[in-house]
Design a protein around this ligand. Structure first.
Ligand code: AQP
Length: 333
């Protein structure tokens, strides 16, 4: 049985990038206990999170995932810190991974910025915890945005080194599943940076909770260029902002960028942005309504997450216990 695992940080309100690049692709992968989707709060605190906000954001993220179509009865939906097996395996992986491997991680360089010495150790070893998230379940299928490919390669290096060092064939090889025309949604303010929920500028992203007027305003203000849309996708190559907006409409309407261009070639952005706004509002409206309905009963969301954590722990505990045995830890009982 091939098991699917993916996670999302409750580091803010989920964005259109999270939705098109990740969450939406998870929905058809639901397959009972063979599919695990996790709100990764331990990853979120690798950068500062306001403790008064984190619990609320975690619940909100879970509600967003359910509203987007993840059904806690058809998959395992849970919170990372509720299953201690992740942190236990991550510690072992901290001792398997090499500093040189982590030094090559571009996400650390991006997130730490110029002040690397001031970044948390957690941010540096983030990929080891991510490897543990996946391998604690012997999951092999990992749907992610293409920005996460490097972390999955590292997870495979860790799995291989563990198998080699302890002379076992214990951890499987992970396959990244990078999907769709909108695998990477870019910032509305800068087409060379990815759309992020923690970008300081709210204008850079569409949040899944943005109402129709906010979406219209953000799309109207989105950076573009004065040229009309070209006839073919090749004409967008040196126009990152235009390419991003075409990619978003393509993804949201289930078409390829070439199909979108066939319909809109020659149009200026005044017209095109109106079409894009209508498509976004129509698509995100029902998700927002469902999120609000779910969050009106927070105890029910929390109960679903507790049930998910119990199911996740039942899979991960024996796998991580076995890893601890292989390392040579004395059994706790
Ligand atoms: N802009 C994006 N386009 C496509 N996919 C994206 N993902 C994130 N941003 C985009 C994918 O969403 C999943 C969950 O991501 P995450 O929350 O674990 O962390 P992230 O990739 O760092 O996402 P953000 O929104 O940029 O969060 P912050 O601002 O907290 O760092 C992943 O599969 C990711 O590829």
């Amino acid at each position: 049985m091939q098991r699917v695992f993916s996670g999302i940080q409750p580091s803010g309100i989920p964005t259109l990038g999270n939705y098109l690049g990740a969450i939406r692709n998870w929905v058809p992968m639901q397959n009972g206990d063979a599919s695990l989707f996790c709100v990764v709060d331990q990853h979120a605190i690798t950068v500062w999170q306001d403790p008064r906000e984190l619990a609320r954001q975690t619940r909100e993220m879970a509600a967003a995932l359910i509203a987007c179509g993840l059904d806690p009865e058809r998959c395992i939906l849970f919170v990372q810190s509720h299953v201690p097996a992740h942190a236990r395996l991550a510690w072992i992986f901290n001792c398997v991974a090499r500093i040189g491997w982590l030094n090559r991680m571009t996400q650390f360089k991006d997130k730490a910025g110029k002040d690397r010495e001031g970044a948390s150790v957690g941010l540096y070893v983030y990929p080891n915890l991510m490897a543990a998230d996946i391998l604690a379940y012997h999951a092999t299928q990992v749907p992610v945005g293409d920005d996460q490919k490097q972390h999955l390669e590292l997870a495979n290096d860790i799995a291989q080194k563990f198998n080699h060092d302890y002379e076992v064939d214990f951890f499987p090889t992970i396959q990244p599943l990078i999907q769709g025309v909108a695998a990477r949604v870019m910032s509305l303010r800068d087409g060379t940076r990815k759309m992020s929920k923690s970008d300081p500028s709210d204008q850079s992203r569409i949040n899944l909770t943005d109402d129709a007027d906010t979406i219209a305003l953000k799309i109207r203000r989105a950076k573009t260029d004065p040229e009309p849309l070209p006839e073919e996708a090749a004409g967008l190559e040196s126009r990152p902002e235009a390419r991003n907006l075409v990619g978003i409409l393509a993804a949201i309407s289930g078409r390829s960028p070439a199909e979108v261009l066939r319909e809109h070639a020659g149009q200026g952005f005044g017209t095109f942005k109106g079409v894009l706004t209508d498509a976004l509002v129509a698509h995100l409206g029902p998700i927002q309504a469902e999120m609000q309905r779910l969050l009106a009963d927070p105890a029910a969301v929390d109960a679903a997450l507790r049930r998910g954590a119990d199911k996740a722990a039942a899979i991960a505990d024996p796998i991580v216990r076995r890893a601890e045995e292989l390392v040579g830890f004395l059994p706790p009982r």
